[in-house]
Design a protein around this ligand. Structure first.
Ligand SMILES: Cc1ncc(C[n+]2csc(CCOP(=O)(O)OP(=O)(O)O)c2C)c(N)n1
Ligand SMILES: [Mg+2]
Length: 569
């Protein structure tokens, strides 16, 4: 078996059906072999787009693959791959490279920087494992080691293949299927500790779980749902963890973001006297810039990096995987008699207000939208209109900026239907991300929410949507510039070039595009395009001057304090 055959077979065995990339001379041979294989190659406009597409694919299917050329292509992946590392998304980078025979001749080859291993060393910083597949004797083992490390850590991996090594024959047979998942073996002492902490939670009047992105990355959503239903405890998620469960589930309160988020969710989370913070790294954006206020001793924090923490106590054996394993195995009889009370706490949907506190939701159903005649469009009204017309199967991808902050309040019906670069917060994720969301789940139309500034950073990927007839709905929140930054510190640097988004989209080959300036036009367009689409559609929505989401208002007030230059310094 050749190295390239082993690679393709190993990807296929792990459920990969589509890979993303841009060719170049160091990787053309690999592209040709991929084309001839059962894998489909999706060629994006640029490498950054391919990286974000692979990231979205990985978040939905557990492994995303991006294939690029050496140097100029691979280094354009550092931003998306760093984001995948920071947000634990298993993206496999496959880079072509100069052939080993060419390198031996010490030639100055194009795209090369410093030493042979410079590129690999860059990627060592942002991956769980790296390998150069050049030796037929070791390539099989190295390939499997990289894939195993990616799965273990839920983080990116890196493979480099010199262009003359693809067809080297591996001299022995290989088992390329992923090993069967090892049963979770929990030592008795760890089990007892876990049960002690669960009893501690049950001993409180208002237990509540605040869960984050690691629950999704380690495929723990279903276990979490089962134990929560058994206990009757309410769940809030971080913004990165939005849609761990359906947001219409009666136990789901919504997204918690400290002072930045919905006041009703904040009040319930911070009033809990037994709060389990599960799989949620306590980063600034997920905690509303560290405005999370929990009484000392009320929170038990459990994440993959550090295990369990409560006050000064530490137990690194109890990570979310282990704790949920113990919790799931503990019998239903251990659920307390107070579960019905807790269930009542977890039924917020009846009293919930509309997105800006004016509308009402009926038992979790979004409020019907009534467009106001000739009204210019406010961000909360845009979200209400999307919420009222969004089909349940749609995957929403929101770009950092007000698109993301406003989208926190959408109430999405199905689990794993919200994707964003939330913590890494790279602009330009959502649009190419839609390519990967479609690649992973072709039956669910992606809906992209993106600012006018971010659109300019990745607009070339509109052409990819058109090329593959991807039925994405791209909604541009046009507030004439970097709206997130203006309230912090404004200047001409926050303006962006005024672009006719609709003409841009038409020239890129989208099936429909239009500029929308009133609620009535917005509602008519959403009625027409939220359902089945024959291909990509773009709606450029003119946001009322000076308007932004309530979350962004709260965030920028806090951020402005930090970024304004102090007088005299
Ligand atoms: C790649 C990248 N560059 C710069 C930033 C810094 N940044 C954060 S928000 C923002 C403004 C985004 O503008 P736009 O997409 O129009 O969204 P808006 O803030 O107007 O809602 C910028 C430049 C970033 N997060 N990512
Ligand atoms: Mg903007």
């Amino acid at each position: 078996m050749q190295i390239v055959e082993a690679l393709i077979e190993a990807l296929w065995q792990r459920g990969v059906r589509r890979v993303y990339g841009v060719p170049g001379d160091y990787v053309l041979g690999l592209f040709a072999r991929l084309e001839a294989s059962p894998l489909e190659v999706i060629c994006t406009a640029g490498e950054e787009g391919a990286g974000f597409a692979a990231d979205a694919h990985a978040r939905l299917n557990g492994l995303g693959v991006v294939v690029v050329t050496y140097g100029v292509g691979a280094l354009k992946l550092l931003n998306p791959v760093a984001g995948a590392y920071a947000e634990r998304s298993p993206v496999l980078v496959i880079s072509g490279a100069p052939g080993v025979r060419e390198s031996d001749s010490h030639a100055l080859l194009h795209h090369r920087i410093r030493a042979d291993d410079t590129q690999r060393r860059f990627f060592q910083e942002v991956t769980a494992a790296t390998a150069v597949l050049e030796s037929a004797r070791t390539a099989g083992a190295e390939l499997l080691q990289v894939l195993a490390a990616m799965q273990r850590d839920s983080r990116p991996g890196y493979l480099e293949i010199p262009r003359d090594c693809l067809e080297r024959e591996i001299p022995w047979p290989l088992t390329l299927a992923p090993p069967a998942p090892a049963p979770l073996v929990i030592p008795e002492s760890v089990r007892q500790q876990g049960e002690r902490w669960l009893a501690w939670l049950r001993g409180h009047r208002r237990p509540l779980v605040l869960a984050g992105v690691e629950v999704a990355r380690f495929a723990l959503q279903e276990t979490l749902r089962q134990v929560l239903e058994r206990e009757g405890w309410p769940l809030a998620t971080s913004l990165s963890g939005k849609t761990l469960l359906s947001e219409r589930h009666p136990l789901v309160l919504g997204v918690y973001e400290g002072a930045m988020g919905r006041p009703d969710v904040r009040a319930q989370v911070e009033a809990s006297d037994g709060l389990l913070v599960l799989g949620m790294p306590l980063n600034d954006l997920d905690t509303g810039l560290f405005t999370m206020q929990v009484a000392p001793g009320a929170a038990l924090v459990v994440d993959m990096e550090q295990g369990l923490r409560w006050g000064e106590e530490r137990d690194e054996n109890l990570d979310p995987l282990t704790l949920l394993g113990i919790w799931a195995a503990a019998g239903a009889e251990e659920a307390t008699a107070s579960a019905p009370l807790a269930l009542q706490q977890g039924q917020p949907k009846e009293q919930e207000q509309g997105l800006d506190g004016n509308g009402s939701r009926d038992g979790g159903l979004p409020a019907p939208f009534q467009p106001g005649a000739d009204l210019s469009i406010r961000v909360t009204r845009l979200m209400e209109a999307i919420n009222a017309s969004l089909p349940p199967e749609a995957i929403v991808l929101a770009d950092p900026g007000d698109a993301l902050f406003a989208a926190a309040d959408l109430c999405l019906q199905e689990a794993s239907h919200f994707l964003s670069s939330t913590y890494w917060a790279s602009l330009g994720f959502a649009l190419p991300g839609a390519v990967g969301a479609w690649g992973a789940c072709p039956e669910r139309g992606p809906v992209v929410l993106i600012g006018d500034g971010a659109l300019l950073m990745c607009a070339s990927e509109l052409a990819t949507l058109a090329r593959y007839a991807i039925p994405a709905l791209v909604i541009v929140l046009d507030n004439s510039g970097y709206g997130t930054e203006r309230p912090m510190l404004d200047g001409p640097f926050n303006d962006v070039a005024a672009v006719d988004h609709s003409s841009l989209a038409t020239s890129m080959g989208l099936v429909h595009s239009e500029r929308i300036s009133t609620e009535e036009a917005l509602w008519a367009a959403l009625q027409r395009w939220q359902g089945v689409r024959p291909g990509p559609v773009l709606l450029s929505v003119e946001i009322r001057a000076g308007d932004c989401s309530p979350a962004l208002q709260r965030l920028t007030e806090a951020l402005a304090e930090r970024v304004r230059p102090r007088s005299g310094t």
